[in-house]
Design a protein around this ligand. Sequence first.
Ligand SMILES: NC(=O)c1ccc[n+]([C@@H]2O[C@H](COP(=O)([O-])OP(=O)(O)OC[C@H]3O[C@@H](n4cnc5c(N)ncnc54)[C@H](OP(=O)(O)O)[C@@H]3O)[C@@H](O)[C@H]2O)c1
Length: 258
Amino acid sequence: MELGLKGKVAMVTGGSRGLGRQIALTLAREGCHVAICARSDERLRQTVEELAPFEGRSLGVKADVTVEGDLKRFHEEATSTLGPVDILVNNAGGTVGGRDFGSTTDEDWLETLNFNLLGPVKLIRLVLPGMRERRWGRVVSIASIYGREYGGPLSYMTAKAALIAFSKHMAVTYAKDNVLFNAVAPGSIHFPEGSWDRFVKNSPSHVVDEFVARHLPMGKFGWPGPIGEAVAFLCSDRADLMTGVCLNVDGGQSRSLI
Ligand SMILES: NC(=O)c1ccc[n+]([C@@H]2O[C@H](COP(=O)([O-])OP(=O)(O)OC[C@H]3O[C@@H](n4cnc5c(N)ncnc54)[C@H](OP(=O)(O)O)[C@@H]3O)[C@@H](O)[C@H]2O)c1
């Protein structure tokens, strides 16, 4: 299926590793010019090298999504090098601090919400005016099945649920401008040096086997490829009636009907 993404300019946060790297590579394969950000130089450089053979231009910017000045710099460098931004993928996210009510401090709450929700809010402020003016924009936020149903650390589940709600509200508000907002909810996705890779390496094999048998209907962890494909599809004109959705990509892991 021709997605019609050739020449579009995309920004992907947390694009040096894991799902973000896969999303960046998939958008580049579809002909986008791609800017990625992350905090560590070395991995950023490696992924920019992987992006280089594609037809579109690419750029890596060392930036932390929890730091407002870094977001502005990421946006400025992306637009000055690649052009006005058509696609924003809010991928960077995770848990900061405690896992349950007792262990989660106010600081943990603020940092987790800042990481998963306010980073996307601030970046959208930067890209939205141009998208509205040009009457074409795609914003995809990477949530989690744990933002749709019970699971994971308390602050993470809360922040991802908030990200999905935020995306829905934005979708309704800006549908008339053809700026489409969607979310993708991955299940447990395994890749080298990712959190599930650490879980597999650091847990006794019977614990891993039990987790897989209990939670993963396919009998195996997910892999990054399908997340990249889902994001590319949502960014394309093929999905031009889709806004405000949250798409599970989880091999049947989630149990919710909604
Ligand atoms: N993996 C899963 O099973 C899974 C499941 C559901 C949802 N998700 C969601 O999918 C997204 C990506 O997950 P992942 O597993 O690929 O994450 P990851 O392994 O932690 O990689 C995240 C990427 O983000 C960058 N990053 C981390 N903190 C950052 C920050 N403050 N500012 C800028 N970049 C930052 C990392 O590079 P640096 O460390 O160099 O900054 C890396 O490029 C997250 O939102 C996560 O919640 C993942």
